[in-house]
Design a protein. Sequence first.
Length: 68
Amino acid sequence: MAQQLKITQVRSTIGNKPNARESVRSLGLKKIHQVVTVPDNAVNRGYLKSARHLLTVEYVKTEGTDEK
């Protein structure tokens, strides 16, 4: 899996459960509308699942990968 995920924080973590706040923080997001690019792996997918109501996700095709 050489694919990347572009993650944008669209809602605040204030008032959310601690596991959602920690997941957003673990992805490297600190502010609303901040964007990070992370590898598509099981760990990051777990973070996204617990905080999916706070984030938007886009797939990014990385340079030099062949998709079938």
